[in-house]
Design a protein around this ligand. Structure first.
Ligand code: ATP
Length: 406
């Protein structure tokens, strides 16, 4: 701790009455000079004291805030599993510990099994978490009626036929399946490289069948909603039941359904629980009505075979990168609204853009348009496409991700 500086000694004036007036004047001048020096020193000390005061005030503020934070301890999220005469059984998210705790009178009327609550260290219910803050709203993307149509998808005729047969037909023509006496496939798994149109296929079926499209990304489920995965999967199916007809689209399913590893970290246990919930939802799926499940993965090799058993994802559809004809078709689709010069040759571009995915071809068209705009033209030329090709390929060479425009 710093000490207060000692005050300068106060100058004294001792005027000898025997001094001549000029000597007295000199003594007075000298005294005045010393007074000025002392004054300057005191001013400096005052300034330093003010600064120190301000620093200390800031420090007090900070400590007060810290103190407040320490006093208000964090709360944990739990689910009210069961409400009995003896109290509520709550299950803490993350560690799944179940505890019987008292039901506070203020929640007696409104708390229902399945509701989420905030509990403190002693498991006493502090708050009911209302549905607006519910994670399911953040974890799922719901589109009442996607606008993608089959005409917007290029080069996937065979895959489209299979998806329509396995997903669309059971929705629009359920009676036919009953008459023939066969169960439609429970779930369809689309697998293939990124950006090849898997999401588009699922959205197009939803559009065609006027179904609600509900998307959940496996990776987000595992990364962002730790401890909530299995509940969110349950919510996903509940939401679909509320909105049927509905297409449930689980993207990046490998994140929750990867092959079991030997490691026993809590993260793995959580992923396991999420997957078990998914399997149990699918197993009890038969009477669910107009809901179809489509999943997608770029990592087919990593999938746990348990999810591929009959009655689960039993229709596997490979969605590859487009071939030459497919690339031409995708370019045509993505340039439908563009003002193209005669010099644009899709056949040659499709040959040059060998190995491009649908998403990369979409970027190529947008980039070509950008070159025309930069040049203050409204017509897009073959040269713009060549420049775009160079740019997109360079982008690929650097980080593998061509610039994507929505
Ligand atoms: P990811 O595995 O990365 O999720 P994905 O296979 O689901 O990718 P989509 O999201 O369907 O790919 O495609 C991304 C974008 O790429 C689409 O919005 C579309 O612009 C374009 N695209 C991809 N494939 C095709 C295709 N076959 N026909 C037309 N456009 C396509």
């Amino acid at each position: 701790m710093s000490r207060s500086p000692s005050l300068p000694e106060r100058p004294r004036l001792d005027l000898d009455p025997d001094m001549s007036p000029s000597e007295q004047l000199a003594a007075l001048r000298d005294h005045h000079k010393r007074l000025c020096e002392v004054n300057r020193t005191l001013e400096e000390q005052l300034e330093a004291a003010r600064n120190r005061h301000s620093d200390l005030t800031d420090e007090v503020d900070r400590l007060e805030r810290e103190n407040e934070t320490l006093k208000t301890s964090s709360l944990y999220v739990a689910t009210a599993e069961e409400i009995t005469d003896d109290g509520v059984v709550v299950k803490q998210h993350g560690n799944n510990q179940e505890v019987l705790t008292e039901l506070p009178p203020q929640f007696a009327e409104r708390l229902e099994p399945g509701d989420r609550v905030a509990i403190n260290d002693s498991f006493s219910i502090q708050n009911q978490i209302d549905s607006e803050t519910d994670a399911r709203a953040q974890a799922m993307e719901v589109e009442e009626s996607p606008t993608v149509t089959y005409d917007d998808i290029g080069g996937l005729d065979e895959q489209m036929r299979e998806v329509r047969e396995a997903v669309e037909q059971p929705l629009v023509n359920a009676a036919q399946f009953e008459e023939v006496g066969i169960e439609p496939p429970s779930g369809v798994l689309l697998h293939g490289p990124p950006g090849t149109g898997k999401t588009m296929l699922a959205k197009a079926v939803a559009n065609q069948t006027d179904a609600t499209f509900i998307k959940m990304a496996g990776s987000e489920l595992v990364r962002k909603f730790i401890g909530e995965g299995s509940r969110l999967v349950r919510d996903l199916f509940e939401l679909a039941a509320e909105r049927e007809p509905a297409i449930i689209f689980i993207d990046e399913i490998d994140a929750i359904a990867a092959k079991r590893t030997d490691s026993k970290t809590s993260g793995d246990a959580e992923v396991q629980r999420t997957m078990m919930q998914l399997l149990s939802e699918m197993d009890g799926f038969e009477d669910r009505g107009e809901i179809r499940i489509v999943a997608a993965t770029n990592r087919f090799d990593m999938l746990d075979r348990a999810i591929l058993r009959p009655g689960r994802f039993d229709r596997l559809i490979e969605v590859p990168k487009p071939d030459h004809e497919g690339r031409k078709r995708i370019l045509e689709i993505h340039t439908r609204e563009m003002n193209l010069a005669d010099s644009v040759d899709f056949d040659r571009l499709a040959a040059d853009a060998d190995d491009f995915s649908g998403a990369e071809l979409a970027s190529l068209a947008t980039e070509a348009g950008m070159f025309a705009i930069r040049d203050d033209r409204t017509e897009v030329t073959g040269e713009d496409f060549d420049d775009a090709l160079e740019k997109v390929t360079d982008g690929e060479a650097t980080d593998g991700q061509p610039i994507a425009f929505a």
